[in-house]
Design a protein around this ligand. Sequence first.
Ligand code: SF4
Length: 395
Amino acid sequence: MTMRRGACPTLSAPMKTGDGLLARIAPAHGALTPEKLAGIARAARRHGNGILEVTARGKLQIRGLTAESAPLFATEITALDLGPVDGFAVEAGPLAPAQPLAERINAHVAERGYAALLAPKVSVTVDEGGALHLDAISADIKLVALGDGSWLIGLGGNGATAHWLGSGDEQAVGAVALTVLDLLAQTGGRARDFTQAQKDALRTGLDPSAEYPARADSAPVGRFALEGGESALGIALPFGQIAAEALIALCEVASDARDIRLAPRSGLFLTGLQEPRQRELFRAAEALGFATDGHDPRLSIAACAGAPACASARFDAKALAAEAAAAGLPDGPFRLHLSACEKGCAQPAGPVVNLIAAESCCTLSSVGTKPSERLRTFLIQRGETLRAALLRKSG
Ligand code: SF4
């Protein structure tokens, strides 16, 4: 049950955190039936501390397991027969249909046994665009549909920071992606560390003139159209967390949904429901504490695990996030990022105001925006108060 350094937590190798062991589950296409998701939540309540998370990348996390309970939890999850729940898998939009490009990459990795050779955090996104694009998600290889049948390929970053190599048809960019994976498997490295010469060699045959299609960020909340005239209902976990009881209750009330899909930005999509049922479920989800309104300030705050969940934390980031949201903050078109130590976990993309707890104080910074005086004052005062309270407790 020990993890290799830099590895991601899994079901069989959970990660030690401040509130016990943390297991991560990533079912195929992020889709679970309501019954199976409820089964996971019940097992989390029995064996963990009853808190579940959907991460910014759309992975399910179970907190507060112990050395004794983690194997029991894993046995119960295995009995749910979810299929593969960890290992390498291309990340795609939560509502996107199966994409041949993603399947080709997954097959290449599986056939060559690359899962054991690639660095633990190597990732690939295949992004068909639309409202639920994957711009905010960093990946070693980013593939973005340009809408005219061609694809853009970039390395080592998110939509704003990736090194874009160029565009080509599906066959051409797929071949480049497989070559990148071959290189990464040979070295155990990351694409962000490629030399300029390596990047130049990978550009061969691609069109260098294509530009990255900058797109507005959109929370996974509301009604989203699917192929065939259907729609999916999107709700989100406030600050990425929910109590097992609330998730179980949601699954029970939504037992007629075809599936519930995990989505980036801590979202859940309920599919297979007609409009009247969607309206009922929106109300039920709101009553259970889920975010159901795209303007909910909680959707604009990214808080790291914080205290007590993380042993490195210098304040309770989720409590500060809740206080900020209750005060109607953030008060502008940007995200607020709360990080309880210098590591800066949960950093969102785009315009952002960051509050980071350092050893001797909290530091405020911003990218692409400027915090109002009200926000500055609130964050520094409350951040320092929470930091001092934790210091007193641990001292
Ligand atoms: S930023 Fe620091 S305190 Fe917050 S989750 Fe990461 S390591 Fe823990």
